[in-house]
Design a protein around this ligand. Structure first.
Ligand code: SAH
Length: 236
């Protein structure tokens, strides 16, 4: 069973883009996941193939039309398709590693990419779309956000990371930021690798890394730190 992504966009040429190199690219080649893009403009109904119109109530910019988007969605995703339907939106719930893991465990995702000022709210309501944000800043379109989401999901699909076991220790997987990393050379511009890491004592190394992860999280992410403490150090 492979993960199927369908992306509705005005710029299908932005895909697969960075998703076609490295791990994600290889995984797509070997069928671990698939990507289909739908050109929203193909579902326009007038001779200018317009997909947007001026905002009701006035103001700057343009809004993507509910009727055109509904046609695009309904005709490219059959009723009963079990995949979650997402719309990239700065107003959505911010994407977390937890949601990424849930998506990776499912059959795929249908992702609508907004442009202009965004999309008519009635489309979101009528089709029950889940609004997903990738952070508190504004992109010019949903496409880079969809690429970010898919990149995060695809690397968790079975086999994609190969025998890289690091997945489990990574930032957010334990509810903490990850410990810092070091590699050769032993000395760099007068800075040494912390001694414990070259001691060969695996228990001590694990304890040091855990301490560092806790220290960094407490310093940088009071929100994560508080949640971690409230769980008594358990995984989220
Ligand atoms: N006027 C909107 C921003 C529109 S940006 C507002 O102020 O909220 C155009 C499109 O880019 C959005 O419809 C959305 O699909 C995408 N987008 C922009 N920023 C995003 C973010 N942080 N996360 C997810 N999608 C985003």
């Amino acid at each position: 069973m492979s993960f199927r992504a369908t992306v509705l966009t005005l710029y299908p040429e932005m895909f697969p883009g960075p998703l076609d190199v490295s791990l994600a690219g290889r995984a797509r080649e070997d069928g671990t996941w698939s990507l289909e893009t739908v050109q929203i403009r193909d579902f326009a109904t007038d001779k200018h193939r317009s997909v947007d119109d001026t905002p009701a109530g006035g103001g700057a910019g343009m809004v993507m039309r509910a009727d055109i988007l509904a046609r695009a969605l309904d005709r490219s995703v059959p009723p009963g398709d079990p995949r979650p339907r997402l719309i990239m939106s700065p107003r959505g719930r911010q994407l977390t590693q937890e949601r990424v893991r849930e998506l990776a465990a499912g059959p795929g995702a249908v992702i609508l990419c907004g442009r202009f000022e965004g999309v008519d709210q009635r489309l979101i309501d009528a089709r029950g779309l889940e609004e997903v944000s990738i952070g508190d800043y504004i992109l010019s379109g949903g496409e880079p956000a969809a690429i970010v989401l898919l990149d995060a999901v695809v690397r968790l699909l079975p086999g994609v990371m190969g025998n890289v076991v690091s997945g489990d220790e990574e930032s957010f997987e334990s509810g903490l930021l990850e410990h810092p990393h070091y590699t050769r050379p032993k000395e760099f511009e007068g800075r040494e690798i912390p001694e414990v890491l070259t001691s060969g004592n695996h228990a001590k190394i694990a304890a040091w890394r855990h301490e560092q992860a806790e220290r960094l999280t407490a310093e940088r992410r009071p929100d994560l730190w508080q949640a971690y403490r409230a769980r008594g150090g358990e995984k989220p």
